[in-house]
Design a protein around this ligand. Sequence first.
Ligand SMILES: Nc1ncnc2c1ncn2[C@@H]1O[C@H](COP(=O)(O)OP(=O)(O)OP(=O)(O)O)[C@@H](O)[C@H]1O
Ligand SMILES: [Mg+2]
Length: 230
Amino acid sequence: MSGLKLTNLSYSVDGTELLHDISFTQASVGISAILGPNGAGKSLLLSLIHGVIKPNMGRVTWDGILADKTKLSRGFVFQTPIVLRRSVRANLAYPLKINGQHSETAIKAMLELSHLTPLAKQPAASLSGGEAQRMAIARALITKPEVLLLDEPCSNLDPASTKLIEAMIGQFVAKGGSVFISTHDLAQAKRLADTVLFINAGQLLEHTAARDFFDGPETPQAQAYLNGDL
Ligand SMILES: Nc1ncnc2c1ncn2[C@@H]1O[C@H](COP(=O)(O)OP(=O)(O)OP(=O)(O)O)[C@@H](O)[C@H]1O
Ligand SMILES: [Mg+2]
Protein backbone atom coordinates (compact mmCIF):
# COMPACT_ATOMS: atom_id res chain seq x y z
CA MET A 1 0.00 0.00 0.00
CA SER A 2 1.18 3.50 -0.73
CA GLY A 3 1.67 5.50 2.44
CA LEU A 4 2.15 4.69 6.07
CA LYS A 5 1.44 1.30 7.61
CA LEU A 6 1.81 0.27 11.26
CA THR A 7 1.49 -3.43 11.98
CA ASN A 8 1.05 -4.70 15.55
CA LEU A 9 3.40 -2.05 16.85
CA SER A 10 4.35 -2.08 20.52
CA TYR A 11 6.92 0.06 22.27
CA SER A 12 8.29 -0.61 25.74
CA VAL A 13 10.95 0.90 27.95
CA ASP A 14 12.44 -1.23 30.75
CA GLY A 15 9.57 -3.69 30.49
CA THR A 16 6.83 -1.03 30.66
CA GLU A 17 4.66 -1.07 27.57
CA LEU A 18 4.02 2.53 26.49
CA LEU A 19 2.32 1.79 23.15
CA HIS A 20 0.29 -1.38 22.75
CA ASP A 21 -0.41 -3.34 19.56
CA ILE A 22 -1.11 -0.42 17.22
CA SER A 23 -2.10 -1.18 13.63
CA PHE A 24 -3.38 1.22 10.98
CA THR A 25 -2.77 2.32 7.43
CA GLN A 26 -2.84 5.92 6.28
CA ALA A 27 -2.50 7.09 2.70
CA SER A 28 0.11 9.82 2.24
CA VAL A 29 -2.35 12.63 1.68
CA GLY A 30 -3.69 15.44 3.79
CA ILE A 31 -3.47 16.01 7.51
CA SER A 32 -3.77 13.41 10.25
CA ALA A 33 -4.20 14.72 13.78
CA ILE A 34 -2.95 12.60 16.67
CA LEU A 35 -5.14 13.36 19.67
CA GLY A 36 -5.20 12.07 23.22
CA PRO A 37 -4.53 13.16 26.78
CA ASN A 38 -1.13 14.00 28.29
CA GLY A 39 1.01 10.90 28.47
CA ALA A 40 -1.14 8.94 26.00
CA GLY A 41 1.84 8.26 23.72
CA LYS A 42 1.46 10.88 20.96
CA SER A 43 5.08 12.02 20.94
CA LEU A 44 6.30 8.43 21.03
CA LEU A 45 3.99 7.51 18.17
CA LEU A 46 5.33 10.42 16.07
CA SER A 47 8.93 9.32 16.76
CA LEU A 48 8.09 5.75 15.73
CA ILE A 49 6.29 6.93 12.59
CA HIS A 50 9.35 9.00 11.74
CA GLY A 51 11.70 6.08 12.37
CA VAL A 52 13.93 7.93 14.84
CA ILE A 53 13.07 5.21 17.37
CA LYS A 54 12.24 1.59 16.57
CA PRO A 55 9.36 -0.50 17.94
CA ASN A 56 10.08 -3.46 20.20
CA MET A 57 7.43 -5.44 18.37
CA GLY A 58 5.70 -4.98 15.04
CA ARG A 59 6.73 -2.57 12.32
CA VAL A 60 6.31 0.80 10.67
CA THR A 61 6.62 1.04 6.89
CA TRP A 62 6.38 3.86 4.37
CA ASP A 63 5.37 2.56 0.94
CA GLY A 64 6.42 -0.88 2.14
CA ILE A 65 9.90 0.19 3.35
CA LEU A 66 10.78 0.18 7.06
CA ALA A 67 10.63 3.69 8.59
CA ASP A 68 14.29 3.67 9.61
CA LYS A 69 15.33 2.57 6.09
CA THR A 70 13.05 4.66 3.88
CA LYS A 71 14.47 7.33 1.59
CA LEU A 72 11.22 9.27 1.91
CA SER A 73 12.10 12.76 3.13
CA ARG A 74 10.55 13.67 6.44
CA GLY A 75 10.64 16.86 8.47
CA PHE A 76 10.18 16.51 12.22
CA VAL A 77 9.40 19.33 14.63
CA PHE A 78 9.78 18.15 18.21
CA GLN A 79 7.51 19.22 21.04
CA THR A 80 10.44 21.21 22.46
CA PRO A 81 11.96 22.85 19.40
CA ILE A 82 15.62 22.16 18.75
CA VAL A 83 17.61 25.40 18.58
CA LEU A 84 21.10 25.17 17.08
CA ARG A 85 23.62 27.56 18.68
CA ARG A 86 23.92 29.88 15.73
CA SER A 87 21.87 32.61 14.07
CA VAL A 88 18.30 32.12 12.90
CA ARG A 89 19.50 32.31 9.30
CA ALA A 90 22.21 29.69 9.97
CA ASN A 91 19.59 27.43 11.58
CA LEU A 92 17.64 27.51 8.33
CA ALA A 93 20.80 27.07 6.24
CA TYR A 94 21.86 23.98 8.22
CA PRO A 95 19.56 21.30 6.74
CA LEU A 96 20.23 22.61 3.23
CA LYS A 97 23.95 22.36 3.89
CA ILE A 98 23.82 18.78 5.12
CA ASN A 99 21.74 17.88 2.04
CA GLY A 100 24.22 19.71 -0.22
CA GLN A 101 21.43 22.04 -1.41
CA HIS A 102 22.55 25.46 -0.15
CA SER A 103 20.23 28.15 -1.54
CA GLU A 104 20.12 31.79 -0.48
CA THR A 105 16.79 32.11 -2.29
CA ALA A 106 15.25 29.29 -0.26
CA ILE A 107 16.53 30.79 3.01
CA LYS A 108 15.20 34.23 2.14
CA ALA A 109 11.82 32.82 1.11
CA MET A 110 11.51 30.73 4.27
CA LEU A 111 12.50 33.66 6.52
CA GLU A 112 9.77 35.69 4.83
CA LEU A 113 7.18 32.93 5.05
CA SER A 114 7.82 32.42 8.76
CA HIS A 115 7.99 36.19 9.44
CA LEU A 116 11.52 35.80 10.80
CA THR A 117 13.35 38.14 8.40
CA PRO A 118 13.86 40.88 11.03
CA LEU A 119 15.35 38.27 13.39
CA ALA A 120 17.58 36.53 10.82
CA LYS A 121 20.87 37.64 12.34
CA GLN A 122 19.82 37.13 15.95
CA PRO A 123 21.28 34.15 17.83
CA ALA A 124 18.56 31.51 17.73
CA ALA A 125 19.12 30.80 21.43
CA SER A 126 17.75 34.28 22.20
CA LEU A 127 14.41 33.71 20.43
CA SER A 128 11.21 33.60 22.43
CA GLY A 129 9.52 30.20 22.74
CA GLY A 130 7.03 30.96 20.00
CA GLU A 131 9.65 32.40 17.64
CA ALA A 132 11.81 29.30 18.16
CA GLN A 133 8.83 27.11 17.30
CA ARG A 134 8.26 29.08 14.08
CA MET A 135 11.95 28.73 13.24
CA ALA A 136 11.87 24.98 13.85
CA ILE A 137 8.94 24.61 11.45
CA ALA A 138 10.65 26.79 8.84
CA ARG A 139 13.79 24.64 9.21
CA ALA A 140 11.75 21.46 8.76
CA LEU A 141 10.07 22.82 5.62
CA ILE A 142 13.11 24.30 3.91
CA THR A 143 14.28 21.02 2.36
CA LYS A 144 10.78 20.44 0.92
CA PRO A 145 10.09 17.11 2.67
CA GLU A 146 7.34 14.77 1.50
CA VAL A 147 6.05 14.22 5.03
CA LEU A 148 5.92 16.65 7.92
CA LEU A 149 5.65 15.43 11.52
CA LEU A 150 4.65 18.13 13.99
CA ASP A 151 4.49 17.59 17.73
CA GLU A 152 2.25 20.28 19.25
CA PRO A 153 3.72 22.92 16.93
CA CYS A 154 1.49 25.72 18.19
CA SER A 155 1.58 25.05 21.92
CA ASN A 156 3.45 28.29 22.73
CA LEU A 157 2.12 30.43 19.94
CA ASP A 158 -0.09 33.50 20.03
CA PRO A 159 -3.14 33.51 17.73
CA ALA A 160 -1.34 35.34 14.91
CA SER A 161 1.59 32.90 14.96
CA THR A 162 -0.79 29.97 15.09
CA LYS A 163 -2.58 31.34 12.04
CA LEU A 164 0.75 31.75 10.28
CA ILE A 165 1.84 28.18 11.08
CA GLU A 166 -1.53 26.85 9.90
CA ALA A 167 -1.07 28.76 6.64
CA MET A 168 2.41 27.22 6.25
CA ILE A 169 0.94 23.76 6.88
CA GLY A 170 -1.88 24.47 4.41
CA GLN A 171 0.57 25.54 1.72
CA PHE A 172 2.67 22.42 2.31
CA VAL A 173 -0.38 20.17 1.96
CA ALA A 174 -1.63 22.04 -1.11
CA LYS A 175 1.66 21.11 -2.80
CA GLY A 176 1.04 17.43 -2.08
CA GLY A 177 2.75 16.98 1.30
CA SER A 178 1.26 14.88 4.08
CA VAL A 179 1.22 15.94 7.72
CA PHE A 180 0.96 14.14 11.05
CA ILE A 181 0.32 16.62 13.83
CA SER A 182 -0.29 16.15 17.54
CA THR A 183 -2.23 18.91 19.18
CA HIS A 184 -4.37 19.62 22.24
CA ASP A 185 -6.00 22.51 20.41
CA LEU A 186 -9.25 20.87 19.38
CA ALA A 187 -10.35 23.89 17.36
CA GLN A 188 -7.11 23.61 15.44
CA ALA A 189 -7.62 19.89 14.88
CA LYS A 190 -11.12 20.64 13.57
CA ARG A 191 -9.76 23.32 11.24
CA LEU A 192 -6.89 21.26 9.88
CA ALA A 193 -7.42 17.53 10.15
CA ASP A 194 -8.78 15.18 7.51
CA THR A 195 -8.23 12.16 9.73
CA VAL A 196 -8.00 11.69 13.49
CA LEU A 197 -5.96 9.10 15.35
CA PHE A 198 -7.13 9.06 18.97
CA ILE A 199 -4.84 7.37 21.47
CA ASN A 200 -5.30 6.80 25.15
CA ALA A 201 -2.94 5.01 27.55
CA GLY A 202 -0.82 3.72 24.67
CA GLN A 203 -3.72 2.28 22.68
CA LEU A 204 -5.16 3.47 19.40
CA LEU A 205 -8.88 3.71 20.11
CA GLU A 206 -10.11 5.53 17.00
CA HIS A 207 -8.84 6.11 13.48
CA THR A 208 -11.51 7.89 11.54
CA ALA A 209 -12.45 10.85 9.37
CA ALA A 210 -12.06 14.02 11.42
CA ARG A 211 -15.66 15.05 10.71
CA ASP A 212 -17.01 11.79 12.13
CA PHE A 213 -14.72 12.00 15.14
CA PHE A 214 -15.85 15.47 16.12
CA ASP A 215 -19.51 14.80 15.28
CA GLY A 216 -19.64 11.80 17.56
CA PRO A 217 -16.63 9.80 18.72
CA GLU A 218 -17.31 6.12 19.14
CA THR A 219 -15.43 5.37 22.33
CA PRO A 220 -16.33 6.67 25.80
CA GLN A 221 -12.66 7.67 26.25
CA ALA A 222 -12.74 9.96 23.21
CA GLN A 223 -16.08 11.41 24.34
CA ALA A 224 -14.58 12.10 27.76
CA TYR A 225 -11.47 13.63 26.19
CA LEU A 226 -13.52 15.98 24.01
CA ASN A 227 -15.58 16.99 27.05
CA GLY A 228 -12.44 17.73 29.06
CA ASP A 229 -13.10 14.84 31.44
CA LEU A 230 -10.08 12.68 30.56
N1 LIG B 1 12.14 6.99 27.40
C1 LIG B 1 11.09 6.80 28.19
N2 LIG B 1 11.19 6.04 29.31
C2 LIG B 1 10.13 5.83 30.10
N3 LIG B 1 8.91 6.32 29.86
C3 LIG B 1 8.75 7.08 28.79
C4 LIG B 1 9.82 7.36 27.89
N4 LIG B 1 9.37 8.15 26.89
C5 LIG B 1 8.06 8.35 27.18
N5 LIG B 1 7.69 7.73 28.30
C6 LIG B 1 6.35 7.70 28.90
O1 LIG B 1 5.45 7.26 27.89
C7 LIG B 1 4.19 7.92 28.02
C8 LIG B 1 3.84 8.58 26.70
O2 LIG B 1 4.73 9.67 26.48
P1 LIG B 1 4.50 10.72 25.32
O3 LIG B 1 5.58 11.72 25.46
O4 LIG B 1 4.40 10.00 24.03
O5 LIG B 1 3.09 11.33 25.73
P2 LIG B 1 2.23 12.42 24.94
O6 LIG B 1 0.95 11.77 24.52
O7 LIG B 1 3.05 13.04 23.88
O8 LIG B 1 1.89 13.46 26.11
P3 LIG B 1 1.84 15.09 26.09
O9 LIG B 1 0.47 15.45 25.61
O10 LIG B 1 2.01 15.42 27.54
O11 LIG B 1 2.95 15.58 25.22
C9 LIG B 1 4.35 8.90 29.18
O12 LIG B 1 3.77 8.33 30.32
C10 LIG B 1 5.86 9.05 29.33
O13 LIG B 1 6.21 9.31 30.67
MG1 LIG C 1 3.89 14.85 23.64
